[in-house]
Design a protein around this ligand. Structure first.
Ligand code: HEM
Length: 189
């Protein structure tokens, strides 16, 4: 198992962070949009507390990913990839870092300004980012909703680009991020 990324393939740490965050984010986006419609009661409270704990986990994983990325540069771009495509890809990836850090922080801030309790999976209390504050609560809620829509747009672009690389350009861009897949001989990039 190759922990670090090489010129040909992402390392297993980068792959683990990529896919665990991807799965959690998709679950969070679906859960976040539907949990408000649940009937009031203990089940709804449980879903909300899972949402908050998983969101904080995404924040921790994103910070870890950011630090790891500083020591583990990306594989080389596929040969023949134009300057525009390269810039687009870097912009999409950089925006994911920003959005997936702002998203959980805005949820955390909303929760703090609403004066709701916060316990990570019921194990330990997480400090509030602010005291109760109506305006801040409104602002954080707006950010949480708006960033959700932006993430959705960026996610569509990201998935479309990965599929285009795989099925149209037929390069190794998607394959080299898939778990348990080794680069094929001849995959120089
Ligand atoms: C990447 C992480 C996260 C994602 C993808 C996410 C996603 C969402 C989405 C899609 C909604 C529905 C927004 C809407 O109505 O348009 C939502 C609502 C909510 N989120 Fe998050 N969330 C994340 C992190 C967090 C965190 C860390 C907390 C708190 C610690 C949190 C607290 C909440 C709360 C309380 C609501 C309900 C707001 C309301 O009652 O209207 N979220 N989230």
């Amino acid at each position: 198992m190759q922990l670090k990324t090489t010129a040909e393939v992402w390392g297993s740490v980068a792959k683990f962070l990529h896919w665990s965050i991807a799965i959690l984010v998709i679950l969070m986006m679906i859960g976040g949009k539907t949990m408000g419609d649940l009937p009031n009661g203990p089940d709804k409270m449980w879903v909300y507390s899972m949402h908050k704990s998983m969101g904080l986990t995404i924040l921790a994983l994103m910070l870890l990913r950011l630090v790891w990325r500083l020591f583990d540069p990306r594989p080389a771009a596929p040969p023949g990839l134009g300057k525009l495509a390269r810039t687009a890809s870097r912009t999409v990836h950089a925006s994911f870092y920003v959005l997936l850090i702002v998203m959980p922080i805005s949820g955390w801030l909303y929760n703090s300004a609403s004066n709701f309790p916060l316990k990570w999976f019921g194990l330990f209390s997480v400090p509030a980012l602010s005291g109760p504050d109506k305006e801040l609560k409104h602002f954080a809620h707006e950010v949480h909703e708006t960033v959700f829509l932006i993430i959705l747009g960026v996610l569509v672009l990201h998935v479309a680009a990965a599929l285009k690389h795989h099925f149209i350009d037929r390069d190794s861009v998607l394959r080299r991020m898939l778990p348990f897949v080794r680069p094929r001989s001849g995959d120089t990039r």
